[in-house]
Ligand binder design. Structure first.
Ligand code: ATP
Ligand code: MG
Length: 745
């Protein structure tokens, strides 16, 4: 078949959807509410482009919000068009940018085998830099520094773009310096963090207009899902790439913008018509997903937001069941009630994989997991961080060093795991030497091995390890990557380490390592696998096998289920107090959009629960129902409110919710946040960590008397660069590094 317009996937669309699918040329914005078929339209449009033979699959770039969504879209597309679907550039902003960066890495002084570092590596690296810069990391945590830098990157700021006066900012005005050093360190480590992927792309495009031109000519059609959640840098990147053809189709919903805290700019969607004056805007109004009552709940909740374009969802489907509003005693009770509902719905014919529990905060899943395990309800936690488990991270660190010996963070992680006598003394020595000479940890180890700075036993062990890495690195080009991974884990002693661990834990960890090697087999080589890992750290789930899904509201975007449970609708938890503290009214509105996303995931049944008591940081606290509950019309609710569960909760409708919303930006939390900010600037303590480096710039000559921390006094007999041959009074002749000796007057 070569005409898509005769295809069922086209015929089944409504007239507005068809219009969006047919309009292939020029800028197009599909702006409409949840469940109106935006993603469906985007997929059909992709198919139409391919059917019409207007372009080749590899000239199309389609951006989805998660790797999972990309996978689903590819499967659907393959069903429509066949295997050529595989050649479409389809993925998240990060994965596409990672590829462009790999193709042009040398321009930003990286090698094409650069590593994408994980968020906790970022924090570790920043911690080192901050300590070196004598910043009090108790006051200004590396984590918040990492957030700050992330925010700058999301806006497309390089260190030089940031103007901060020295006195009035976080970390005593040293943030820009830290940012600068951090970027340089990443280059030395041949690494990039998530934010860098797009940032480096922009640098490449601005330094080399010819390269930009090449991509602009290569990609003739752009399709973007969930456009409301693009941040500034993603917006700039897209705009630049699509500038030539302007064949760009974006779909989104301003009411579902839920990543403001990560820099998403809902304004991007509103600006579309300004950016592309010839843009066509299509609105879809019919919701095909949910029942009438579920839509009514969504509509009457979101209408409370001031910052919105304002649109109502319609449906021609039936009203459906009422929404169940259930009060419970505590988290455990909530899990119990939910599991009972799941069981009864399951016996009524609902499939487990068509049910989901969507939580506001990740920690809420614990009670549900425990309960589901207890009574045998099959479930999966989306975003279950398989790749974040200790043994997986260790194994990945080994593989990262094999792939790229300059990956310091990875090497430092496993240099003494399993324990092999290369403890903190050794690593801080290597570290100081690396920093002093601006070389990698691996090269520093190699150089130090040529001296006598290390004890003979340490030297032997380190030499052994370094040689193994060199050998594995060589084999990386010779043997299958899965075999190599096994070899590395075996020869490094890592497998034996868990085998000797006589706990049940050890067994499970070995299983996980096997699973890791399984996962590798679907990739062509180690480099492809490692890139995939860095990009899916946010939770690519395993195959569906009929399980109830447990996940956060944020990761539920774009998905749909027959039955949805929304637990924890209590003030403080949802809306999250932190969000309100930090962003005031804007934070509250983003929370409300999140509630809207949650409600609109449901096709047929929706359950909302709230507990009278919650354990927060180990302490029990009474809670009051979420203000969002009072925003739902009573006539669509089926209320299951226990009379005796707490003073406030039985009368949730009597609470003066306006009190919260009107004053949200001036509430106690707001003042608390401000005070912390002010207090932070005045307190500053000096920290000094680096005891190994005794001097940095001293010139040494033969015949001078020096002192070395380990070998004591000695006389310099010859030198070779910064390595000195010294005849020590007690230890005899040794080769040491000049920065570790002190000149005696
Ligand atoms: P969200 O805003 O949540 O991402 P969306 O606008 O992307 O939603 P889709 O996921 O594309 O909506 O569609 C929602 C549901 O409606 C899907 O099950 C889809 O198959 C169905 N659907 C969309 N359009 C039609 C149509 N014309 N006829 C029948 N079903 C439709
Ligand atoms: Mg969608």
């Amino acid at each position: 078949m070569n005409n898509f317009y005769n295809h069922k996937a086209f015929i089944d669309l409504n007239p507005s959807q068809k219009e969006a699918v047919k309009n292939l040329e020029g800028p197009l914005l599909v702006l409409s509410g949840a469940g109106t078929g935006k993603t469906r339209v985007l997929t059909a449009r992709l198919a139409n482009l391919l059917f019409s033979k207007k372009t080749k699959p590899w000239n199309i770039l389609a951006v989805t919000f998660t790797n999972k969504a990309a996978k689903e879209m590819r499967i659907r597309l393959e069903g429509l068009i066949g295997p050529s679907a595989n050649s479409v550039w389809l993925g998240t902003f990060h994965s596409i940018a990672a590829r462009i960066l790999r193709e042009n890495a040398e321009i930003v002084e990286l090698n094409s085998n650069y590593t994408i570092i994980t968020p906790d590596d970022q924090v570790r690296l920043l911690k080192q830099i901050m300590l070196d810069d004598e910043i009090d990391i108790k006051k200004f945590t590396p984590k918040s520094m990492s957030n700050l830098i992330g925010k700058w990157k999301d806006k497309g700021y390089q260190p030089d773009d940031i103007k901060i006066s020295n006195n009035d900012y976080f970390a005593n005005g040293k943030t820009v310096n830290v940012y600068k050093t951090y970027q340089l360190r990443l280059i030395t480590l041949n690494s990039a963090d998530f934010g860098d992927l797009l940032l480096h792309n922009l640098t490449i495009f601005s330094k080399h207009p010819d390269i930009l031109d090449r991509y602009q000519s290569k990609i003739s059609y752009f399709l973007v899902d969930e456009y409301q959640d693009t941040n500034t840098i993603q917006y700039l990147w897209l705009k630049l790439l699509a500038d030539k053809t302007k064949n760009i189709c974006c779909v989104g919903d301003d009411d579902q913008s839920i990543y403001g805290w990560r820099g998403a700019q809902v304004g991007n969607i509103l600006r579309f018509e300004n950016d592309y004056p010839l843009a066509k805007v299509i609105k879809l109004e019919e919701n095909y997903r949910s029942t009438g009552r579920i839509l009514e709940a969504a509509n009457s909740l979101i209408v409370n937001n001031k910052e919105r374009l304002g649109k109502n969802l319609k449906t021609s489907s039936k009203d459906g069941e009422k929404i169940d509003l259930i009060s419970v005693w505590d988290g455990m009770d909530e899990a119990k009630r939910t599991s009972l509902e799941i069981e009864s719905l399951h016996s009524a014919g609902f499939r487990h994989d068509q049910m989901a529990v969507l939580v506001r905060a990740g920690h809420q899943t614990r009670y549900f997991e425990e309960r589901f395990v207890d009574i045998g309800i099959p479930y999966k936690v989306i975003g279950a961080k398989f790749y974040e488990r200790m043994e997986i991270r260790d194994a990945l660190a080994y593989l990262r060093v094999v792939q790229q010996p300059n990956d310091d963070l990875a090497l430092e992680r496993i240099i003494n795991t399993p324990k092999r006598g290369l403890g903190t003394n050794t690593t801080s020595l290597i570290h100081s030497y690396a920093k002093k000479n601006n070389i990698s940890f691996f090269s520093a180890s190699q150089e130090l091995l040529m001296t006598d700075e290390l004890r003979p036993s340490v030297k032997r062990t380190l030499l052994n390890l370094i040689n193994k890495f060199l050998d594995w690195n060589k084999q990386n080009k010779e043997i299958a990557h899965t075999d190599l991974a096994f070899k590395v884990l075996e020869e490094s002693g890592y497998i034996a380490y868990w085998q000797n661990e006589k706990t049940i834990d050890g067994e499970g960890r070995l299983e996980n390592l096997k699973e890791l090697i399984n996962a590798m087999s679907s990739f062509e080589n180690l480099s492809g696998f490692l890139e995939h890992i860095s990009l899916v750290m946010d939770g690519d789930n395993t195959a569906d096998a009929g399980e109830v899904s447990l996940m956060t509201l944020h990761s539920a975007k774009g998905l749909e289920f027959d039955v949805v449970f929304l637990p924890g609708w209590e003030e403080g938890l949802f809306p999250s107090q932190r969000s309100i503290d930090e962003l005031g009214l804007a934070g509250l509105e983003e929370e409300r959009r999140l509630a809207y996303v949650g409600i609109t995931r449901a096709k047929q049944r929706l359950f909302i629960t709230f507990a009278a008591n919650r354990q927060i940081h180990g302490l029990w606290q009474g809670s009051i129902p979420s203000r969002f509950i009072s925003e739902l019309p009573r006539h669509i609710l089926n209320e299951n409110i226990e009379g005796n569960i707490g003073a406030d909760s039985s009368s949730y409708n009597q609470i003066d919710f306006d009190l919260f919303s009107k004053n949200a930006s001036y509430g106690p939390g707001f003042f608390r946040a401000k005070q912390n900010g002010i207090a932070g600037i005045n307190t500053y303590s000096k920290t000094r960590i680096d005891n190994n480096i005794l001097n940095s710039n001293t010139q040494f000559d033969n015949g001078q008397r020096v002192f070395h921390q380990k070998f004591g006094m000695g006389l310099i007999i010859s030198s070779d660069g910064d390595k000195l041959n010294i005849n020590f009074d007690k230890a005899g002749e040794k080769k040491v590094v000049s920065s570790f000796v002190k000149l005696l007057d």
